[in-house]
Ligand binder design. Sequence first.
Ligand SMILES: NC(=O)C1=CN([C@@H]2O[C@H](COP(=O)(O)OP(=O)(O)OC[C@H]3O[C@@H](n4cnc5c(N)ncnc54)[C@H](OP(=O)(O)O)[C@@H]3O)[C@@H](O)[C@H]2O)C=CC1
Ligand SMILES: O=C(O)[C@@H]1CCC=N1
Length: 269
Amino acid sequence: MKNSQISFIGAGNMANSLIRGLINKNVPPSHIAATDIDSDKLAELQSDCGINTGDSASVAAQADVIVLAVKPQVMAAVCEQLQPLIGKSDCLIISIAAGIPVCSLQKWLGVERAIVRCMPNTPSLVGEGATGLYANAQCSDIQKQLAGDIMGAVGIACWLQAESDIDTVTALSGSGPAYFFLMMEAMEKAAVQMGLEPNVARQLAIQTALGAGKLASTSDVAPDELRRRVTSPGGTTEQALLSMARDGFETTVATAMQAAQKRAAELAN
Ligand SMILES: NC(=O)C1=CN([C@@H]2O[C@H](COP(=O)(O)OP(=O)(O)OC[C@H]3O[C@@H](n4cnc5c(N)ncnc54)[C@H](OP(=O)(O)O)[C@@H]3O)[C@@H](O)[C@H]2O)C=CC1
Ligand SMILES: O=C(O)[C@@H]1CCC=N1
């Protein structure tokens, strides 16, 4: 990754998390370029991070890696416009778009290319991302290593056996940060309704999520055991968890994830 030129097509929320995450991990800004139809987004990235910005032609010409970071709905048009602008025949294409399969990217890009489809998430910004990756047959081991290194620089990167697993990863960790933010919002709101100061409620809700995540990721026991260690028999947590179970918490989560997975499959079309 050290000497690779990485160019982002689309500089929105997810590209920002990846670019700023890579800069935080000491990837030289001169090795990163971005283009977007919104010039304000590019100007902000350039002034904050010192990366190169420009039009599609200028960022595609020298790229060793192109990260497709536009919405699925515009991906076909973006790929078709980009195809003749890619300067290096061995340029690796990484798509982060939900839903869009490798075969569609291949078709829109016109010529056979090494393509990695992946699903990152926004905590990449703080080096705590979670990414699932899938490579097509045109990818060399070096290109797979490169994609893994880029995503691994901003969090954990897991290679997937089947391309269809990407839709499951989308429902799990791609969309997942939003589920935890919603949980924080709901806990904060309930605590305020119970009388706590809003700023105290927010701080405690966020720190609790952070603490639980850190504990789960560093512990040698699984989350169910960690949950049991909080749940004193006859105590308060037990009553909260019984209430959640009565309200169908696990079904709510499973149904929500199935809805996200279904939407990813729809976006493919
Ligand atoms: N947000 C997330 O948490 C995650 C998103 N993803 C995937 O990342 C991709 C981007 O999502 P997200 O960052 O949220 O979306 P954003 O809308 O924030 O970013 C996309 C950017 O691309 C710009 N754009 C649109 N058309 C073009 C074009 N022709 N050339 C260059 N730039 C263009 C958009 O401009 P404008 O706004 O003016 O249209 C926007 O700035 C999606 O495919 C999504 O599925 C994957 C994992 C997580
Ligand atoms: O909501 C979305 O479609 C994108 C993909 C995963 C997270 N955000």
